[in-house]
Design a protein around this ligand. Structure first.
Ligand code: ZN
Length: 384
């Protein structure tokens, strides 16, 4: 590999080799980041996680491919998804080496759809991710149900009778639609199982719940493994928190634990770095050092998990930079893996970094008032 400094000024630290083999989207991605920052600084106040979340999502290949595939489908009325598809498409199809793609449409659509993002709070990166994924899933479900209704009409008009039957099938269809899987679910959805064991009769009851991302608590000088262990720790329900056991027909002490039953294709891990401090009466950002691996295998899976051995590779890290002197100052940066390279997007600079340099984004080992850079959303993509 030739490692030549890129002739293009806008390319910053990028080497020529990466430029050509990475295609231009990397550059455009960085320019978009810069624009996001600019727009959001003026429109949303001084904080926004949109840019880093969108960049990370762009580098989650299955997600990007679905969004781009949506773009070539027949046009529908404007939605957050059509705006996102346009945005991704202009990045992916850009032929010029350097250019500016204003994400204005996406941002104004976002503001139109949700007032929350008009007055954006610092701790809402995770909320934005959640909002975006859920909105896209809802749109896709709605489109599917509209398609089905239209098809149903065609069948009814052309069909011969069978009126009674169609009534009941519509009812079934509606419940089916609510639980219908979309590609957002196929990519991000996993299932947790919440097991409760009665300590009196030993009966175990379990309840499943789906998730699109996992939020874990952070502690100083720990690792993702530690966070996940904490997440799945056995909790004893006693005194006022006793559990009503159906078998014993009374309140009993019980043990509860949460484990992963279905592992998602892309695991989005959110580190809860914002914590409400009772003494301070406000949220504080925790810069704790939390080590995250490049390869991850979950261990907190349930006995009946369908794919417990899934091996994940880290593909993107949304990271925030916290200026020690100004607690409210934040700057959001994304690190992604693309074509085997680790790249750091920081406004209009794209920098190739070594995998070892990722260690710098684990966080701080002490709480001294210092600038810190710490990962807050990690995207792990399954190898299979
Ligand atoms: Zn019991």
């Amino acid at each position: 590999l030739d490692v030549l400094p890129c002739k293009d000024n806008h390319c910053g630290y990028m080497t020529h080799t990466i430029c050509t083999c990475m295609s231009s989207h990397v550059l455009h991605q960085s320019l978009i980041c810069s624009l996001f920052n600019h727009n959001l600084v003026t429109q949303f106040g001084n904080t926004c996680y949109c840019n880093s979340v969108l960049q990370a999502l762009y580098f989650c290949r299955p997600f990007r491919e679905k969004v781009l595939a949506y773009k070539i489908q027949p046009r529908r009325k404007e939605s957050l998804l059509t705006c996102l598809a346009d945005l991704f498409n202009s990045i992916a199809t850009q032929k010029k080496k350097v250019g500016v793609i204003p994400p204005k449409k996406f941002i104004s659509r976002l503001r139109k759809e949700n007032e929350l993002f008009d007055n954006y709070m610092q701790q809402d990166a995770h909320e934005f991710l959640n909002y975006l994924l859920n909105t896209i899933a809802d749109l896709l479900q709605e489109e599917k149900s509209q398609e089905r209704q239209q098809n149903g009409k065609v069948v009814q008009n052309g069909g011969s009778g069978g009126g009674g039957g169609s009534g009941s099938s519509t009812g079934e269809g509606e419940t089916e639609e609510k639980t219908q899987q979309t590609w957002v679910h196929e990519i991000f959805q996993g299932t947790l199982t919440n097991e409760t064991r009665c300590l009196n009769c030993e009966a175990v009851s379990s309840k499943d719940e789906d998730f699109l991302d996992l939020s874990v608590d952070v502690e100083q000088n720990t690792s993702i493994t530690h966070c996940l262990r904490g997440f799945s720790n056995t909790e004893t329900l006693c005194s006022e928190c006793k559990y009503y056991c159906e078998q014993c027909r009374s309140k009993q002490e019980a043990q509860k634990r949460m484990r992963v039953k279905k592992l998602p294709m892309i695991l989005a891990l959110h580190l809860k770095r914002f914590k409400y401090m009772d003494q301070l009466h406000r949220y504080t950002k925790l810069s704790y050092r939390v080590v995250f691996p490049l390869e991850l295998r979950l261990f907190n899976t349930s006995g009946d998990a369908t794919n417990p051995d899934r091996l994940y590779d880290l593909v993107a890290v949304g990271r925030d930079f916290n200026h020690g002197a100004f607690n409210n100052y934040s700057h959001y940066i994304t690190i992604v893996k693309s074509h085997g390279f680790w790249l750091l997007f920081d406004d209009d600079i794209v920098e190739k970094i070594d995998a070892q340099a990722i260690e710098e984004f684990f966080g701080l080992t002490s709480d001294i008032s210092k600038n810190s850079e710490s990962g807050y959303i990690l995207f792990y993509q399954s190898r299979d």
